[in-house]
Design a binder for this molecule. Structure first.
Ligand SMILES: [Zn+2]
Length: 113
């Protein structure tokens, strides 16, 4: 399951960050998921307790924020929304292949004690 391996990567990153702060428990993990990241939020929520079991993040709350995808138009030198990946600029019709954001899943913040 793709989402479980993503969650395991998030867990490793979160545990390393918590360890660096000397935390004894992680209470909240916030993620930002791009709309083009190709992950199912429901599957992430399902994978979360599985990945966190047996660590200081067990029982933590998962918060997921979604990130809209945007492309950069070289003609207009401005971003435009691209919910289905890069395509034509709505202003000038130029085709852009420069995806600025929306493709990644990343760890946004942690709350620890
Ligand atoms: Zn344009």
């Amino acid at each position: 399951m793709h989402e479980l391996s993503l969650m395991e990567a998030v867990r490793d990153q979160a545990l390393a960050a918590a360890h660096a702060e000397g935390a004894i428990r992680i209470t909240v993990i916030s993620l930002r998921v791009g709309e083009l990241a190709g992950v199912e939020v429901e599957a992430l929520r399902f994978a979360f307790p599985v990945a966190m079991a047996g660590t200081i993040a067990a029982g933590a709350e998962l918060r997921i924020e979604s990130e809209a995808a945007e492309c950069h138009c070289p003609n207009c030198d401005a971003p435009f929304p691209a919910p289905h990946g890069c395509c034509d600029c709505p202003r000038c019709g130029a085709i852009s292949r420069q995806l600025l954001c929306g493709r990644h899943l990343r760890l946004l913040s942690l709350e620890v004690v």
